[in-house]
Design a binder for this molecule. Structure first.
Ligand code: COA
Length: 420
């Protein structure tokens, strides 16, 4: 495995900002205290992708995402991530056949989805179903572990869009549509939602979206996947951890809220007042800011262009409001947070782009998961290929050593702490 500068799991930590600590909170074993949120801490190496935050550059195994978004299909990127090189025509065709063959969901899963309350949140359904897939996959007799290899990765990559599309229809009171083996991942997803062949612009836009979101080094969900895999849990367990960590709005849960803002704003002229009121209330502007990028997220410009093109084909309002919202957010954050580099991130133009494809905002994070399943599974396999348990320390901040207090001596005042 190639090395990122000076680091492998648990061996070397580069510390950007040592947090303030007292002698009582220092780890008993004398470990290094790092920034809350692990900012600037290198916890491992990867050959999969490289985020160069100051430059605004993202590469997958050395290939710039600008080139990949313009030229590669999602299937080619899956191969690149899983196997370390771009596929030739034979390898790509073989991968396509395997993905198509793995798309269908087990019948009991479909029956269970049909019985799920229609109001269930799509990410709850996706997370639970990804976990449930393990029960239908082969496992070792002695410990229940499932094979973690490129085949099981393809199994998960292929089935994730089918879960999202099936739930999309079932919650609308419609029957799921069986996947079509002849279609690409992007076209098949759009087909499974509507039963209609997507127009080429829609397929191309969704395909490029999947390419752009396929991997992003040690982001929170990928790190969660690697932590789980580091215990020698299998690929299903790692993927389930990753989907769970993606959900929050500081990570993959933002784009639905971006669309909510766009819909509430309603017309470009209202963007500035809306943003000022939001920041005055102390709220964050979703789709803005990034831990790693100190300039505009390199994926944002590609998604912006797709949102503009799809807007021109379907409904230009959403792109127009998003543009006004970004300008307003830049201006207001420049005043409210001087010196902080807060720019549009990947989620910002994802919102008008996916909305233009007819996808409802509460499913946006599920689409993110469809793309990132490629990166998650590749990271899990990379972790397992050179594994060491990820187990950091904590500094203890609770009370000092205290003698045991029998229940009769604890008084009778106080509440249960649980409310009514
Ligand atoms: N709107 C308003 N203020 C923001 C902001 C946003 N979108 N993003 C960061 N800030 C501010 C914080 O309020 C904080 O200000 P303070 O120091 O005055 O308290 C400062 O910037 C640092 O915030 P912090 O959360 O420590 O930075 P981070 O590096 O962890 O931030 C994000 C990264 C993504 C969590 C953050 O930018 C954010 O919450 N963005 C909105 C949600 C989003 O778009 N998520 C998707 C990410 S891809």
């Amino acid at each position: 495995m190639g090395g990122a500068p000076g680091a492998w799991m648990g061996i070397a930590l580069s510390v950007a900002k040592p947090a303030a600590m007292t002698s009582s909170s220092a780890p008993a074993t004398g470990g290094t205290v790092v920034d809350r949120g692990l900012e600037g801490v290198v916890v491992g190496a990867t050959e999969l992708s490289n985020v160069e935050g100051a430059l605004g550059r993202l590469t997958y195994r050395g290939y710039d995402i600008a080139d990949l978004a313009a030229n590669a299909t999602f299937e080619e990127v899956c191969y690149l991530l899983l196997f370390g090189q771009l596929p030739n025509a034979y390898q790509l065709a073989d991968l396509g056949v395997r993905v198509a063959a793995n798309r269908a969901l087990p019948e009991p899963i479909l029956e269970w989805l049909e019985a799920t309350p229609k109001g269930a949140w799509p990410m709850d359904v996706l997370r639970t179903t990804i976990s449930a897939l393990a029960m239908f996959a082969p496992h070792r007799e002695h410990d229940g572990a499932h094979p973690s290899n490129p085949r099981s990765a393809i199994h998960l990559i292929a089935k994730t869009p089918t879960i999202v599309a099936a739930w999309d229809r079932i919650r609308r009171g419609l029957h799921p549509i069986a996947p079509l083996p002849s279609l690409s991942v992007a076209a098949n997803f759009l087909y499974m939602r509507t039963g209609k062949m997507p127009i080429p612009e829609a397929e191309r836009a969704l395909d490029a979206y999947l390419v752009l979101l396929a991997d992003h080094s040690y982001n929170a969900s990928t790190f969660a996947a690697r932590v789980t895999a580091s215990t020698r849990a299998d690929i299903f367990a790692g993927a389930t951890s990753a989907v769970a960590a993606l959900e929050g709005d500081l990570h993959g849960g933002a784009p639905g809220n971006v669309m909510k803002m766009i819909l509430e704003i309603g017309e470009p002229a209202r963007a500035d007042g809306y943003v000022r009121a939001l920041v005055a209330r102390g709220e964050r502007i979703m789709g803005m800011g990034h831990r790693e990028y100190k300039v505009r997220d390199p994926r944002a410009s590609h998604l912006q262009e797709m949102a503009r093109t799809l807007g021109a084909a379907f409904d230009p309002r959403w792109y127009a409001i998003a543009r006004a919202l970004e300008d307003a957010a830049n201006a207001v954050l420049h005043e409210a947070k001087p010196g902080r580099p807060i720019h549009a991130n990947v989620e910002f133009y994802t919102a008008p782009m996916l909305y233009s494809l007819g996808i409802p905002p509460d499913e946006f994070t599920c689409l993110f998961a469809c793309a990132r399943m490629a990166g998650w599974t590749a990271h899990i396999l990379e972790q397992l290929g050179n594994n060491r348990l990820i187990r950091p320390q904590s500094s203890y901040a609770g009370p000092p050593a205290t003698p045991w207090l029998p229940i009769g001596k604890r008084g009778s005042a106080g509440t249960t702490g649980l409310g009514e």
